[in-house]
Write a new protein. Structure first.
Length: 388
C-alpha cells in the first residue's frame, strides 16, 4: 500500500520591517537579507520541531513607506511577530502598532533609548530589543576603558569627550555624563570640548585637548568633522594613550571620504559588531558576503539574531499565538549570540537586553579589528607608548 502523504508543514510568518527605499535603504536591505538568511537556516534544519516542523516565512515591509501602515499590513498578513526597524522614528511607529495589537516586536537595529516605548506600571512588554542603546554605549565605553587600561597596567587618570553640538553629539554627551555618575569610575572626566558640525577648522578645540592632556579622548562627532579633526590631530601628536569614538560615524568610511585614513590608524571605535570567534557567526559572515555581492557583515547581523530569538521562542512556546509567543520571548535566555555580547540574550522588565554590548574595534592598516571584549577579540589592542 502506498504510504499516506504527510501534510506540508504550515508556515509561520515573521514580519521584517526595515527601510528599504530612501536614504536608509543600504542598512535596511542588509537587515532584510540577514533576516532571510536566518529563516533559511532554521528551515534547512527542520523548522520548528515543537510545531510539527512548521517552517518560517519572512514577510517584508518598507518602513520608509510609512512604518505604522506597514506594521498594520504585516499584522493583517498573519505575522506572529515583527522585527525591525533601524530608524528610531520608524521603530516607535511600528512599536505603537505592536503594542496596540499585542503583537511581539523584537527591535533589532535602533540605538536611541527612546525608540523603545516606556513600559507602563504592571505592563508585560511585547516590544523588546536585542540591540545596544546609546546609554549602553556610554556605559560600556567607560567600563571597557577601565578593563583595558587595568589589563595593560597603564594609569588612567583623566578622560574627556569631544562632541558635535548637534542632537547626536549632545545626546551622547548627556548619556556619557549619566553613565559616569552611575558607574563612578576611578578616573576623572574633564570638561567636554564641543565642536560645530559645520566646523572647517578645529585648531582651538585641539589646543584645549593638548592643554588638558587627558589619557583618553572620547569622540561623539558627525562624519563632517572627521576630516578637520584628524587633520589637526595629525599636525602634532596629542598626549593621550587612546582615542575612542562612541560609534558614529564609521571612522574608516568617514576617514576615506575625508582623505585622512593614516590619521585614524590605531584609533578605537565602539560598534555593534559580529562576534568573529563564534563559529555560527563565521558561517553567517561567509554567506552574507556571498549573497550581498561582497558586502561585509556589520550591525545588520542583529536582524539575523532577532529571527533566531523569535524562532527559539516559538520552539519553547510550541505555539504561534502572539500572547504565548510574547511570554516565551520575555523568558528568553539565548546562549552564544551571533553578535558581540556580554552574555546570553535576556530581556528585563522594560524589554531591554542588559547583556547587549558593542565591541571595541581598532583600526590597523586602514581596517577595523575587534580588540575588546577579550572573549571576542581578533587581535590585541594597542595603546600609545607614552605621553609626551
Amino acid at each position: 500500500m502506498p504510504r499516506a502523504a504527510r501534510p506540508e508543514p504550515r508556515a509561520l510568518r515573521i514580519g521584517a520591517l526595515h527601510p528599504v527605499t530612501g536614504p536608509f535603504a543600504h542598512i535596511g536591505l542588509a537587515c532584510r537579507l540577514c533576516a532571510q538568511l536566518a529563516v533559511d537556516a532554521i528551515n534547512a534544519t527542520g523548522g520548528i520541531n515543537s510545531l510539527d516542523g512548521a517552517l518560517l516565512e519572512l514577510i517584508v515591509g518598507d518602513a520608509s513607506a510609512g512604518a505604522a501602515a506597514e506594521a498594520e499590513r504585516l499584522y493583517n498578513s498573519g505575522a506572529c511577530a515583527l522585527t525591525g526597524a533601524f530608524h528610531s522614528g520608524h521603530t516607535r511607529a511600528g512599536a505603537a502598532v505592536a503594542r496596540r495589537r499585542v503583537l511581539p516586536f523584537l527591535i533589532d537595529t535602533a540605538i536611541a533609548d527612546a525608540a523603545l516605548l516606556p513600559v507602563m506600571s504592571g505592563e508585560r512588554p511585547v516590544v523588546l530589543r536585542n540591540f545596544p542603546t546609546t546609554t549602553t554605549f556610554a556605559r560600556r565605553a567607560l567600563s571597557y576603558l577601565g578593563e583595558m587600561f587595568s589589563e595593560a597596567q597603564r594609569p588612567l587618570a583623566r578622560a574627556t569627550l569631544v562632541h558635535t553640538t548637534d542632537p547626536l553629539g549632545t545626546t551622547q554627551a548627556r548619556r556619557l555624563e549619566a553613565a559616569y555618575a552611575a558607574l563612578r569610575p576611578s578616573f576623572e572626566l574633564l570638561e567636554f570640548v564641543p565642536i560645530s558640525p559645520r566646523a572647517r577648522t578645529v585648531a582651538n578645540e585641539v589646543a584645549k585637548l593638548r592643554t588638558a592632556a587627558p589619557d583618553v579622548v572620547l569622540l561623539a562627532v558627525r562624519a563632517s568633522v572627521v576630516g578637520p579633526l584628524f587633520t589637526e590631530l595629525a599636525r602634532a601628536r596629542l598626549p593621550t594613550a587612546a582615542v575612542l569614538s562612541l560609534g558614529t560615524p564609521d571612522l574608516v568610511v568617514a576617514a576615506k571620504s575625508a582623505g585622512v585614513v593614516p590619521a585614524v590608524e590605531r584609533v578605537m571605535e565602539l560598534a555593534p559588531w559580529p562576534n568573529p570567534r563564534n563559529p555560527r557567526t563565521q558561517r553567517l559572515v561567509a554567506e552574507f558576503l556571498k549573497r550581498s555581492g561582497g558586502r561585509p557583515l556589520d550591525a545588520a547581523g542583529y536582524a539575523h539574531e532577532a529571527v533566531l530569538v523569535v524562532a527559539d521562542a516559538l520552539e519553547r512556546a510550541a505555539s504561534a499565538d502572539p500572547a504565548a509567543l510574547a511570554e516565551a520571548l520575555r523568558r528568553t535566555s539565548f546562549e552564544h549570540p551571533v553578535m558581540v555580547s556580554a552574555g546570553p540574550i535576556v530581556f528585563d522588565a522594560t524589554g531591554e537586553n542588559p547583556n547587549a554590548a558593542p565591541a571595541v574595534l581598532q583600526i590597523f592598516g586602514g581596517k577595523p579589528a575587534v580588540v575588546w571584549p577579550k572573549s571576542a577579540a581578533e587581535r590585541p589592542y594597542a595603546l600609545a607608548a607614552s605621553k609626551s
